[in-house]
Design a protein. Sequence first.
Length: 183
Amino acid sequence: MNRRQLLKTGVAGAALLGVARLAYGPLQPDPLYPASSGASFQVLDAQSRTALAAIARVMLKGALPSVPAEYAVALEEVVLGCDKAIASLPGTVQQEVRDLLAILNGRLSRRWLVGVTRDWSSASDEDIAHFLTRWRYSSLSLMRSGYQALHQIIFAAWYGNPRSWVGIGYQGPPPFMKDYWHA
């Protein structure tokens, strides 16, 4: 390689990096899901909470309360329930869920692999629903598994919450089980 080829390669590389930077988007941090000061999370970081809140609002559309104040409380309870559900999983499974959330939170992977171009807090319900549908019916088993993990965690967090029982007509566990649950 001579000097001229080296300079051309350097200029081409710099141009490629510039185009990649433009595709990446702005460098301002993504807005994060605001958790109340009383919420204590064991596993989820702020970015993961933001992604799960956005996905949960789409997956649970129609199941969450319609009153704005109750909706916000219920959504926070779902995110907190997701944290508890993930924390109760074996360590290797927890790591797999963390890896899934890292893919969802990475700007490039969110844009190119997930298909959501905006940050989670400003992504439209249609964009998130499209991502969920693509992953649910993907020909790649890894994406289907990712969808199933999100579905099971979010639904376990919501339907394990007594707030959801009214909407489905569940009266709660039988009285003889009350002491069993707190054992």
